[in-house]
Write a protein that binds this ligand. Structure first.
Ligand code: F0G
Length: 460
């Protein structure tokens, strides 16, 4: 295996370091108790390896930091804006480019205009901010992935695909005039970071053309998705990652991007489209809350760094390292007997906590327990994606559990080395050893919305 080592080696070296605090288990037990057993309420300085999200947590390159120094901070028509606009036009093939401060701002603008009571949005899976921005307008958001892709263990190459059969039935049922947009999220974050095939998007385009439906691509992980297409879709094996992304984006009518992911920056977002009339409406909304149309809530230096990041993300060595290093964690966890969502997605490894902690009933939140155990045993922070996040109550105050009880280990871009990831793997040995002893939780405080951010728990 001549290439074995190379596939796992970081294609960069470290020029600046940020010290991490190494804490004791005793310290972490009391810190977590004070945080109500909710990792969102921990201070980052008390965390050793932070896998809470891959959003805005990446490291910028020397070229991006150099770009920060030449950012043009003019209010209107800044050079940095021209640079960003040119890069994004080339990438998307779309004429109208709007910057925003992050992804959900682009969502609020576009879905605020398209939405409204009685409107329907259809997606492979709406991310939670996407759903919130749609539902806030009174519209309905419907998720349709293929049924077989819902099984966490089934090995399929494109588990993020939108179910085209279900889409056709929904068009017949609701009428095309009531469907505000179809949103394809690549990769599909809320269903395990699974990729979407080019074939699926091409067929989706045809259906949208037939029924004059607007097709929006939520492409915050478009480069990671392109990696999977090149390696899993025969027709694309000789194409560059960038050309694959360009081809996919040209199939959309609009593109939304949280640049905090594959934009390789700590803050930023994009909203682009082909239609001039829609772009004018969006510009008016953007000016109300984001700022002028040539900066959209970003500093000139942020736009400069983003323009550079959008080019760097397609580097073949970087993308190979990125996807392989996520798979390295997932494959090795699986080899230890930890049940993971399979195959491993692009930006995160998802653990099936219901299966791992089968002695803890869903009413006692096995995912939250695992997230807390990882902090206690190793100072690792991650988040539950299960009944704490998505659970509801029936009229008798009984929990209606989420479909799965997952824990997401999201990998920040270019931040942790393989040795950090090996450390995470080691911590799982302790988890396996102690799993029978670990106990469930009950909630002591929860807010009415998005409870996972601020809920507090106690041990049973
Ligand atoms: N769309 C997708 C697919 C996302 O994953 C996110 C954010 C957004 C939109 C919203 O973008 O955060 O810049 O406003 N996902 C982060 C995560 C928060 O942790 O997965 P934003």
């Amino acid at each position: 295996m001549k290439n074995k080592l190379r596939t796992l080696t970081e294609p960069f070296r470290i020029k600046m370091v940020e010290p991490l605090k190494i804490t004791t288990e005793e310290f972490r037990v009391s810190t977590l108790k004070n945080a109500g057993y909710n990792p969102f309420l921990l201070r980052s300085s008390d965390v050793f390896i932070d896998l809470l999200t891959d959003s805005g947590t990446g490291a910028m390159s020397d070229k991006q930091w150099a770009g920060i120094m030449i950012g043009d901070e003019s209010y209107a028509g800044a050079r940095s804006w021209e640079h960003l606009e040119a890069v994004v036009k080339e990438l998307t093939g779309m004429k109208y480019i709007l910057p925003t401060h992050q992804g959900r701002a682009a969502e609020r603008i576009l879905y605020g205009i398209l939405g409204g009571p009685d409107k329907i949005f259809i997606s492979n899976t709406h991310f939670d901010t996407t759903r919130a921005n749609i539902e806030f307008t009174g519209a309905t958001a419907i998720d349709i992935i293929y049924d077989e892709a819902k099984d966490p263990e089934v090995d399929l190459p494109f588990k993020g695909n939108i179910d085209l059969g279900k889409l056709k039935s929904l068009i017949t049922k609701h009428g095309k005039e009531n469907i505000a947009a179809v949103i394809i999220t690549v990769t599909n974050n809320s269903s395990g970071g699974q990729p979407v095939s080019m074939q699926n998007v091409k067929e989706l385009r045809k259906i949208c053309d037939e029924h004059q439906l607007l097709l929006v691509i939520d492409g915050c992980r478009i480069a990671e998705n392109a990696y999977f297409i090149k390696h899993r879709e025969e027709a694309y094996k000789d194409k560059s990652y960038e050309d694959i992304a360009k081809e996919m984006l040209r199939l959309g009518d609009a593109f939304i991007m949280s640049a905090k992911k594959d934009g390789m920056v700590n803050i930023g977002g994009l909203l682009t489209m082909k239609d001039e009339a829609l772009s004018l409406k969006c510009k008016n909304q953007l000016i109300i809350s984001e700022g002028f149309t040539t900066y959209g809530g970003l500093a000139g230096r942020d736009m400069e760094a983003l323009a550079i990041g959008l080019t760097e993300v397609f580097d073949a060595d970087y993308l190979h390292y990125r996807i392989r290093s996520t798979a390295y964690l997932g494959e090795n966890l699986r080899a230890k007997g930890i049940p993971v969502v399979w195959p491993i997605g692009g930006h995160a490894v998802y653990i099936d906590a219901k299966k791992l902690y089968s002695h803890i009933p869903v009413e006692e939140f096995p995912g939250q327990v695992l997230a807390c155990d990882l902090y206690v045993k190793g100072g690792i922070r991650c988040c539950e994606v299960g009944s704490v996040m998505f659970g509801k109550y029936d009229e008798n105050n009984k929990l209606i559990a989420a479909e799965n009880e997952l824990v997401r280990l999201a990998i920040p871009r270019r931040v942790y080395t393989q040795s950090h990831i090996d450390y995470v793997l080691d911590v799982f040995d302790d988890i396996l050893e102690l799993k029978e002893q670990t106990k469930g939780f009950h909630i002591t405080y929860e807010p009415p919305f998005l409870r996972h951010f601020t809920a507090r728990f106690e041990k049973n």
